[in-house]
Design a protein around this ligand. Structure first.
Ligand code: SF4
Length: 213
């Protein structure tokens, strides 16, 4: 088994059970739903390998417990909010059809945050695509994205962001987000870029300012 791959049982392949790194109720910090109460479901496992990843402990799915979709949804439903954000790791390494079916049946809006590097599964109310250089997103995910969030790590990343802006649908929100550790250097450049290219917006990681997960 390679790092980043789950212990791939039949139940995981069918999306009936999923490896969970963590799940918690908080506020969404980023993007269109920033400020909304949200239940985060962080699936374990990622094979993308971003150097600046802040959840590297999610990469090896075998280190995390597996839960049934029923357990995941029952835990989510114990909270007041009905916005579920499925993230990772890379959540599209798994079949998300049953998870989104059951979340929607329980009254949840289903949002996903993905690198787009694996085929799309699941029924999503909102898809946030955050492309990564280390493993490119698939065209099918680019075309389905509601929000394109590009993390700016180097000034050359603006050009790279425009390449993906050309691949998403016309009404997709375009967001530039500074890599947290580079804020002092690059946030002023992002602000100037958005003033020159107003089709883009700045995305701030407001949860870090609020000191919440
Ligand atoms: S895709 Fe996300 S979880 Fe995976 S390495 Fe990159 S930042 Fe980390």
């Amino acid at each position: 088994m390679n790092k980043g791959q789950a212990v791939y049982t039949t139940a995981i392949a069918a999306g009936e059970e999923l490896p969970i790194m963590e799940a918690f109720y908080t506020l969404q910090g980023e993007g269109k739903y920033a400020g909304h109460a949200a239940y985060f479901i962080r699936l374990a496992g990622c094979d993308v390998g971003c150097v600046w990843c802040d959840v590297k402990e999610s990469w090896d799915a075998a280190l995390h417990p597996v839960q049934t979709v029923k357990q995941i949804v029952d835990n989510a439903a114990q909270h007041q909010g009905r916005l579920a954000v499925v993230t990772g790791g890379e959540p599209l390494m798994y079949n998300c059809d049953l998870l989104t079916d059951k979340l929607q049946a329980a009254g949840f809006r289903t949002n996903i945050e993905t690198s787009g590097a694996h085929p799309l599964s699941g029924q999503w109310d909102w898809i946030t695509l955050s492309p990564k250089k280390f493993k490119k997103p698939l065209a099918e995910v680019c075309e389905a994205a509601d929000e394109l969030k590009v993390v700016i790590f180097h000034k050359s990343d603006f050009k790279w962001a425009e390449e993906y802006a050309a691949m998403v649908k016309p009404d997709c929100k375009l967001l530039l987000q500074v890599e947290w550790g580079k804020s002092a250097e690059l946030l002023p450049q992002i602000i100037e870029y958005v003033k020159e290219h107003p089709e883009w917006q700045v995305s701030l990681q407001t949860h870090k300012y609020m000191d919440i997960p």
